[in-house]
Ligand binder design. Structure first.
Ligand code: MG
Length: 248
C-alpha cells in the first residue's frame, strides 16, 4: 500500500483481457509500482485469478468479484467478511427460486457462483414476467440480462462494481481523484458515471458510449491498449476537467 499514488480500477473481460495488448499493459503496470490495481469483474475469484495470472497482470490491492458482491483484499486475497455480510443481509436465493419457479419460459440453470443464480429465458415476455414477479414478491435482488445467451442472472441487490470500488477506496484511504476506471460494457456503467476519470475501450458497447460523461475517454484502441491509452493521458494530466466537477 505504501507508495501508491494512483489506482487503476478495471473490469477484466473485454477491457484488460481478450482484445490483445495484455502484455504491454501488464509490463507498464509492473514498471509503475506507484499505480495500485483494483480488478472488478463478473467472474468468480478463482476464475479471475487464473485469467490475471495467465496474462501476468500485477497482484491487486483488491479484487471485486460477481460484479461487486464480494471483495477480496490483496495480495493474498482474503475475503472481506463485513462486505459479504452486507450483501447477505437482504439476499434470499431461496425466495428468488421459489418466485421464479412458477414462471413459464424461465428455466433454472444453476448457480454460477455462490451469489449468482442463472436462468434461461425463452422470450422477452417471460423476461418481463420474471422481473415483475420478483418485484411484486418484494424479493431484494439485481438482475443481469445477457441478450445473446438469453440468460438472466440474479445477484444481491447491492452487487455493483461502483459500490464495491467506493468501499475499497474508502478503506484504503484513497481519494476519487487518484482513481482511474476502465470498462467496456453495461456492468461497468456505474464505475463510469463521473465520480472518476476513466476510459471506455474502443470495443465498448455502443449503447453506453453515448451515455457516459465527458470525463470518460473513448479510447481509439480496443481492450488493454485502450486502457493504456487512457491511463497515459490520465497520468500526464491527472486533474478533473472543471466542467465535470459536479458529476457523480
Ligand atoms: Mg467486460
Amino acid at each position: 500500500m505504501a507508495g501508491i499514488k494512483w489506482v487503476l480500477a478495471s473490469d477484466i473481460d473485454g477491457t484488460l483481457i481478450g482484445c490483445g495488448g495484455e502484455a504491454e499493459l501488464a509490463a507498464f503496470l509492473h514498471a509503475r509500482p506507484e499505480i495500485g490495481v483494483i480488478y472488478l469483474t463478473g467472474r468468480t475469484r478463482a476464475n479471475a485469478e487464473t485469467m490475471l495470472k495467465r496474462h501476468g497482470f500485477p497482484e491487486p490491492l483488491a479484487l471485486a468479484t460477481d460484479i461487486g458482491a464480494d471483495v477480496y483484499w490483496g495480495p493474498d486475497l482474503r475475503v472481506d467478511e463485513s462486505w459479504a455480510f452486507q450483501q447477505r443481509r437482504d439476499w434470499s436465493p431461496r425466495r428468488v427460486m421459489r418466485t421464479l419457479d412458477e414462471v413459464s419460459g424461465v428455466e433454472y440453470l444453476g448457480r454460477s457462483s455462490h451469489w449468482r443464480l442463472a436462468y434461461r429465458v425463452d422470450s422477452y415476455q417471460a423476461l418481463g414476467e420474471a422481473r415483475t414477479r420478483l418485484v411484486r414478491a418484494g424479493v431484494m435482488h439485481r438482475t443481469l440480462w445477457n441478450d445473446e445467451e438469453r440468460r438472466l442472472d440474479i445477484v444481491p441487490r447491492g452487487a455493483f462494481k461502483g459500490r464495491a470500488l467506493k468501499y475499497i477506496l474508502g478503506r484504503l484511504n484513497l481519494r476519487a481523484q487518484q482513481c482511474f476506471v476502465a470498462g467496456d460494457a453495461e456492468n461497468d456503467v456505474d464505475l463510469m458515471e463521473g465520480r472518476y476519470r476513466g476510459v471506455l475501450v474502443a470495443n465498448g458497447t455502443l449503447e453506453i458510449k453515448e451515455s457516459l460523461p465527458p470525463v470518460i475517454v473513448r479510447a481509439r484502441y480496443e481492450g488493454a491498449l485502450g486502457v493504456l491509452e487512457g491511463l497515459r493521458q490520465f497520468l500526464d494530466e491527472p486533474l478533473m476537467p472543471e466542467e465535470s466537477e459536479n458529476a457523480g
